[in-house]
Ligand binder design. Structure first.
Ligand SMILES: NC(=O)c1ccc[n+]([C@@H]2O[C@H](COP(=O)([O-])OP(=O)(O)OC[C@H]3O[C@@H](n4cnc5c(N)ncnc54)[C@H](OP(=O)(O)O)[C@@H]3O)[C@@H](O)[C@H]2O)c1
Length: 349
């Protein structure tokens, strides 16, 4: 959806304009601790600042962990969650030349579960006009995560195999699409067979249900060809099952802990000592940290082109208004979803 500049603030007679924001006042069960509150508007932009209305944000597993106090960042309370969003620029401060009012943007910083944000120009990435707003809301985190995990760890050549679990997650589906574009083949491990058809339609070469026989199933599916990279979003025992399915010297890259079995990835030492399996981890912040702002913006430009072309998409299961943040959070924590849960703080997009 495109359109003119919109103003989210509500004027209350004799009072400062207010906007809505999600605050958590304690760390705990997300739907119990997250509240939509009225707060003063963000004010005028200082030099080098950009103000944008938040049009949509997804609820990601990391946001749920943030509310629970289980994420790596645990700021003093009250705190506003929200690792990503898409917004439309309302006004820019002196000296800002990268964006203008009306432009669509994503924010490289957090605290995005709000109607309006005031940020530095250097934290903004412009998106093309006309991009689907729901997809744009999910551009910031999962697409570069999938892309950089395929490029930053193992030098993969066309027809090489990549193994991944949680393959029906938003990241997993992006891995399938991006791998296909690179001529790579994917072995996709899930916990529900009913997701096979969707993954096959996206280009998955092989789909398997996780279990104790995973290594044998992978070997048979790959026809004995070495599998050198495994992407692990589950952790716990699941990481060990991926490691066992890799060729000697292969790399397991852990990037999530959906199994929520504590802090560990469980890999028998024999995999490390006897077979030289390497274990590493990916975090988008670290992945981007070594890149310049212009390279980061270029990376997102390329992703946006693929999103606009329909080549990279994340299905959406439901969209909620910001006042219904508790219901949205409950929905986002359900298993077996068909897609992401989005929130649209300034009206439906
Ligand atoms: N490190 C990074 O920088 C980074 C960046 C982005 C994402 N991530 C991580 O990537 C993972 C996926 O994120 P997403 O946004 O793509 O997720 P998502 O679309 O919300 O999907 C969640 C996935 O997790 C699966 N799942 C849930 N509980 C599970 C369990 N106990 N055992 C096995 N699988 C389980 C779900 O399977 P069902 O469909 O069967 O319920 C679904 O496939 C998360 O762990 C997230 O934190 C990390």
């Amino acid at each position: 959806m495109t359109g003119g500049v919109r103003f989210a603030t509500r004027a209350v007679p004799n009072k400062e304009p207010i906007v809505k924001r999600v605050d958590i006042s304690s760390y705990g069960i997300p739907e119990e601790v997250a509240r939509c509150v009225d707060v003063p508007d963000v004010g005028r932009p200082a030099a080098g600042e950009v103000i944008f209305d938040v049009l949509a944000f997804p609820i990601n597993p990391a946001d749920v962990m943030f509310c629970r106090g289980a994420y790596r960042i645990k700021p003093p309370l009250p705190a506003t969650p929200g690792a990503e969003c898409v917004g439309r620029v309302v006004v820019v401060g002196e000296g800002v030349s990268y964006v203008s009012p009306g432009d669509l943007v994503i924010n490289l910083q957090r605290e995005n579960w709000a109607q309006r944000r005031r940020v530095k120009e250097s934290d903004i990435v412009r998106l093309p006009a006309g991009i689907d707003l729901r997809q744009a809301a999910m551009v910031r985190i999962n697409p570069p995560t999938a892309l950089l995990m395929l490029t930053d760890f193992v030098d993969l050549k066309p027809r090489d195999w990549v193994l991944q679990n949680a393959a029906n997650s938003a990241v997993g589906k992006l891995v399938i699409r991006l791998a296909k574009m690179r001529g790579l083949r994917t072995i996709n491990v899930v916990r529900r067979e009913e997701s096979f058809a969707e993954l096959k339609a996206l280009g998955a070469d092989v789909c398997l249900v996780d279990g104790p026989d995973l290594a044998a199933s992978v070997a048979s599916a790959a026809g004995g060809a070495p599998v050198t990279l495994a992407l692990d979003a589950v952790a716990g025992e699941a990481t060990g099952r991926l490691a066992a399915a890799l060729a000697d010297g292969g790399t397991v890259c852990n990037y999530g802990a959906m199994a929520a079995t504590g802090n560990g990835v469980n890999i028998p030492y024999s995999e490390l000592i006897y077979r030289g399996i390497k274990v590493t981890g990916f975090m988008l912040g670290r992945g981007l940290a070594g890149r310049s702002l212009s390279d980061i913006r270029k990376l997102y430009d390329e992703i946006a082109v693929q999103v606009q072309a329909g080549a990279l998409q994340a299905p959406v299961e439901a969209v909620y208004p910001i006042d219904d943040i508790a219901a949205a959070l409950m929905h986002a924590q359900r298993g077996a979803r068909s897609g992401k849960i989005l929130v649209t703080p300034n009206g439906m997009v």
